[in-house]
Design a protein around this ligand. Structure first.
Ligand code: APR
Length: 257
C-alpha cells in the first residue's frame, strides 16, 4: 500500500505559534474527539457527497439517490449510483490526513475517539482502529426488509440490485439514508466521547447534517476546545474556538506529527 505523498515543502498559511499552541493542547489533552466528513477524503480524490453528482448523476437530488423512497422508486438507478461510487473508492488511497490521524491514534492508545460520517473506509485503510462509522459502510450490503428464512445472500438473482428469489427482498447498500436512524451503539459512543473530551477536531464537514454535527455542540457545552479544519466556512464555526481554513491533508501531518 502506498499513500498520497505529503508535500512538506508547502508553507502553511498559519503562524508557527498557532500550530505550536494547538500541538501543546493535543499533548495535554486527556481525550481527543475527531469528527470527519467528506472533505477529509477530498484530497484522496473522493468527491464530496454533493460534488459527486456530476455528469449523468447531476440530474438527481441527494435525497433521490440516498433515501428508501428513492430506492423503491428506482432501485436500479440507485444501485447503479452506489456501484459507481464503489468503483471510484476502490481506485483511491488514504491521504496524508488519514495517515496522520491513524498514526496519532496508534501512538496514543485510548486517547482518541475517531468518528466519521464517511462511508468510504479510508480511515480504516489508513490503519485507524477503532473508527465509529455513523453513516455505515459503502462496500457492505444489507437486506432492504427484515430478512425472511428464504433471504440468503449466497443465492440472489439479478444484480442491479440483487433480489431474494423467494420473496423478492432487495439487497441495498449498508449506508444510512436520509430519514433513517444512525446505528445506536456508534452514536451513543460518539456522544459519550463528546461529553468526555477536552479537545475536538471537526474536519472536512459542512456541519449541516445531524446528529453528527451535534457532537460539536455537546463538546463545546462540556467545555472542550473545538477546532474546525476546513477551507470553507461551516455551520459549526460559531461553536468553534478556532477555525483553520486549510485542507486537512495539508495541515494534519504538521499538527499530529
Ligand atoms: N479538507 C477539509 N475540508 C474540505 C476539503 C479538504 N481538502 N475539501 C472540501 N472540504 C469541505 C467542504 O468545504 C465542505 O464543508 O468538506 C465539506 C464537505 O461537505 P459535504 O459534502 O456536505 O459533506 P459532509 O458535511 O461530510 O456531509 C455529511 O451528509 O450528504 C450526507 O451522508 C452524507 O455523510 C454525508 C453527510
Amino acid at each position: 500500500m502506498s499513500f498520497a505523498p505529503l508535500d512538506t515543502s508547502a508553507s502553511l498559511p498559519l503562524a508557527d505559534t498557532e500550530i505550536a499552541s494547538l500541538r501543546q493542547r493535543l499533548h495535554n489533552a486527556r481525550h481527543l474527539l475527531v469528527l470527519t466528513g467528506a472533505g477529509a477524503s477530498a484530497e484522496s480524490g473522493v468527491p464530496t457527497f454533493r460534488d459527486a453528482q456530476t455528469g449523468y448523476w447531476a440530474q438527481f437530488s441527494p435525497e433521490e439517490m440516498a433515501s428508501e423512497a428513492g430506492f423503491l422508486a428506482h432501485p436500479q438507478r440507485v444501485w447503479d449510483w452506489y456501484q459507481y461510487r464503489r468503483d471510484l473508492v476502490r481506485q483511491v488511497m488514504p491521504n496524508a490526513g488519514h495517515v496522520a490521524l491513524a498514526q496519532w491514534q496508534a501512538r496514543h492508545s485510548g486517547r482518541m475517539t475517531l468518528v466519521t460520517q464517511n462511508v468510504d473506509g479510508l480511515h480504516q485503510r489508513a490503519g485507524s482502529t477503532p473508527v465509529l462509522c455513523l453513516h455505515g459502510n459503502l462496500m457492505d450490503n444489507r437486506w432492504l426488509l427484515p430478512p425472511k428464512p428464504c433471504c440468503d445472500v449466497r443465492f440472489t438473482e439479478g444484480d442491479a440490485p440483487p433480489q431474494c428469489p423467494g420473496c423478492g427482498n432487495y439487497l441495498r447498500p449498508a449506508v444510512v439514508w436520509f430519514g433513517e436512524a444512525l446505528p445506536h451503539a456508534e452514536l451513543q459512543q460518539a456522544q459519550d466521547a463528546a461529553k468526555a473530551c477536552d479537545l475536538m477536531l471537526v474536519i472536512g464537514t459542512s456541519g449541516h447534517v445531524y446528529p453528527a454535527a451535534g457532537l460539536a455542540h455537546i463538546a463545546a457545552r462540556g467545555g472542550a476546545h473545538v477546532v474546525v479544519i476546513n477551507p470553507e466556512p461551516t455551520a459549526l464555526d460559531s461553536v468553534a474556538d478556532r477555525c483553520w481554513r486549510l485542507p486537512s491533508a495539508q495541515i494534519l501531518p504538521a499538527l499530529l506529527a
